[in-house]
Design a protein around this ligand. Structure first.
Ligand code: GLU
Ligand code: ZN
Length: 499
């Protein structure tokens, strides 16, 4: 049996971590088995589906390099399957269900259904949901209604007795009493579009899907789907419901934890290979210790057996670490090409960069290569090399446990040190400078960190910057001394105001 799997998102929002995890698992499973992956856009909820969501789906799959293997012909290529284009097919199969006695038309008005619900709530009735009124219509009455042209939905006849079970690769047997299934769910809405359940089952069958890998939240729908397969006389596929993705606090991953839209990770400057690698480990592991996998490796080693039952924990810090590791693997030239779009986007350099900017970029790569967590941080980290900075606020210049006078002393002293260093041209390198400042820190009885803090703030305008002395060397004598001077004046003013 050749494996055929699908990723079947509903385009109602941006692709998020959980959805893309499902896509990746299906993709890697198909590849590892020499099978096929299908992309199916489940857009039958016309009120919620948006074209932005569809575009985002294409963009994110493309960014992560997830491609599908077949689909209907589209301008010389093949597109995904799109459910809203397949209404004829669903209609045909629904007619068959009605003819075979598995489904029926329901003419109840929204008013009647609302009244029914209100009454059930008021009387705290054990009966919940639809009361199967139209399931039991007299033949004559039914014919009248059919002729009347009244709007209707089509409902599935859930058996009143018995139970329905299916087997899940991870979860084992899942059973549900039929009377616990929502009474007679809608298969076709009054707008003529199928609901998720109907279209999903028909398509999985027609597309020859062998394994359904999807989020655990779909388990409750499983029994209804099995009943539909039985009604059609079809064999259901294998099921593998994927463990939840949680935040570190054990709650389902949501916006409360941070971004969950994959697009945000792209915009923040995460590398697609890092995101792909990290997401693959959310609920899957190879051997408990190997963490780094290339796409090619995952395409070989991914297997259903190694999917965990326990939820996957999405740890933003861990992803940062992964991303940093992948950035380190880039060559300087690759990193240059990667950061330039971010520098342009954030208004740091011109598009295309000027020759001077190119020079600075080339020189700063070694300074940021080891410490960049995400490409999007590059602007914050290096703006001071390209643009003038604002004079920092006094509180950002004064080290903890020190005061303005101390900061002033440090700045005056470092100004002299820099002047000395540069007195004879541009000689000293970063290491020499560092040694000099180390000795000075000792003399002043302050830590090196406390000594450098005001200088860093004055020169880079930021608490985080590439290594300070290398940065200062890159920035050059004139700008460095100018910025230190400006901050010195600021502190002097502050001290004057205080007396
Ligand atoms: N359209 C459903 C979703 O968006 C697909 C669920 C399934 O894979 O069956 O999650
Ligand atoms: Zn009805």
């Amino acid at each position: 049996m050749s494996v055929r799997v699908r990723y079947a998102p509903s385009p109602t929002g941006l692709q998020h971590i959980g959805g893309i995890r499902t896509a990746l698992f299906n993709y890697f499973f198909a590849r590892s088995q020499g099978g096929n992956l299908i992309l199916r856009i489940e857009d039958t909820d016309q009120e919620r589906a948006t074209s932005e969501a569809v575009q985002d789906l294409y963009d994110m799959l493309d960014w992560l390099g997830i491609s599908w293997d077949e689909g209907p012909e589209k301008g010389g290529d093949f597109g995904p399957y799109i459910q809203s284009e397949r209404n004829e097919i669903y209609r045909e199969y629904t007619e068959k269900l009605i003819a075979d006695g598995y489904a029926y038309r329901c003419y109840c008005t929204p008013e009647r259904l609302t009244a029914l619900r209100t009454e059930q709530e008021r009387s705290k009735s054990k009966e919940k949901g639809y009361d199967r009124y139209c399931r039991n219509l007299e033949d004559g009455e039914r014919r009248e209604l059919e002729k009347s042209g009244k709007p209707y939905v089509i409902r599935f006849k859930v058996p009143l007795e018995g139970k329905t079970s299916f087997n899940d690769v991870l979860m084992g047997t899942i059973s549900r009493k039929n009377r616990d299934i929502n009474p007679d769910p809608v298969l076709v809405k009054s707008d003529g579009f199928p609901t998720y359940h109907l279209a999903n089952v028909i398509d999985d069958h027609l597309m020859g899907i062998t394994h359904i890998m999807r989020a655990q939240e779909w388990i409750p729908s499983g029994s209804l789907h099995i009943l539909l397969y039985e009604a059609f006389g079809w064999e259901p596929p294998f099921y593998c419901h994927l463990p939840l993705v949680m935040g570190k606090d054990g709650q389902k991953l949501s916006k409360r934890h941070g971004s969950t839209a994959v697009r945000d990770f792209k915009n923040d400057g995460y590398l697609p290979e890092a995101v792909m690698n990290y997401i693959s480990l959310l609920g899957w592991s190879y051997d408990d210790k190997t963490e780094f996998f290339t796409r090619e490796e995952l395409e070989k080693v991914f297997s259903l057996e190694k999917i965990n039952k326990a939820p996957g924990v999405f740890d933003y810090k861990k992803l940062d670490w992964f991303n940093g590791m992948y950035i380190r693997q880039k060559s300087p030239v690759e990193l240059r090409d990667l950061i330039i779009p971010f520098l342009i986007r954030d208004g740091i350099i011109a598009d295309p960069p000027t020759d001077d900017q190119e020079k600075v970029i080339g020189a700063m790569i070694p300074l940021i290569h080891e410490r960049l967590k995400k490409l999007g941080d590059v602007a914050k980290m290096t703006r001071f090399l390209f643009q003038d900075i604002e004079t920092p606020k006094p509180e950002d210049v004064i080290p903890k446990k020190a005061n303005a006078a101390k900061a002033l002393e440090i700045l005056n002293l470092s100004k002299d040190l820099f002047k000395g260093i540069w007195g004879s041209g541009d000689g000293a390198d970063g290491e020499d400078m560092e040694q000099l400042f180390r000795d000075t820190a000792e003399k002043l009885h302050v830590g090196l960190g406390a000594l450098l803090m005001p200088i860093r703030a004055a020169v880079t305008g930021s608490k985080i910057s590439p290594p300070l002395f290398e940065s200062v060397r890159l920035l050059g004598k004139k700008k460095t001394l100018e910025r230190i001077d400006r901050t010195i004046r600021l502190l002097e003013q502050k001290l004057e105001q205080e007396v």
